[in-house]
Design a protein around this ligand. Sequence first.
Ligand code: NI
Length: 256
Amino acid sequence: MYTNIFDTHAHYDDERFSEDIDNVLTALPAVGICHVVNCATHINSCEKSRLMASEYEYIYFAAGIHPHESGEAQEDFINELKGFAAHEKCVAIGEIGLDYHYDFSPREIQKSVFEKQLILAKELSLPVIIHDREAHSDTWELLKKYKPQGIVHCFSGSVEMARDIVNLGMSIGLGGAVTFKNAKKPVDVAKYVPLDKLVLETDCPYMSPVPFRGKRNDSSLIPYTAQFIAELKGIPTQELIDITTENAKNIFRILV
Ligand code: NI
């Protein structure tokens, strides 16, 4: 069994956990999970994440408006986010970014809500957690402009783009998608990304690694992703876990 596992990206406030959330969360420390960052997707989700972080010692949270939800953002959302960010266990602004695959919100609104949150993160000196799906060039323009600290999660771009992001000082989050059969780009990125710029994540309930692809994901499945990447890197799995956990603690400034 592995220990010291940091899940940098979870959505435990998702409705797919509503039936058994306490059982799922209570079971995690016994399978080696030491930290989880629950990434909010809208204001109500920030509220739920804050409650979860207050209740469970190993849960932290990121406050933010996901691109899917940006069309619903109210005028004063930045002030609301500031309120959540003041909580001692709010460690980032996220999940924020652009999604041109689903286009659930108009692109102009996605861009404006994303940019305002990048500015907020700067103002509060907090790292960001970025979602970029089929919006690489617009995401990159804004990252280049604001140069935030933090993570580009579930990274789906090319090695060239990963290199740009690493050169900017940001880290790459990899999860179950790396293990998928057709995952050429994520595998190339996993091979490329320097160990000090890599963090592990689930994006649960989504993105379960093989052999659980399609089933509900949770942090206990991270070892499957870790084993896969460790093999690509040619290092022991526990070493990969320890390095990525240290990276995540540095990014989120978690001392314990
Ligand atoms: Ni996510």
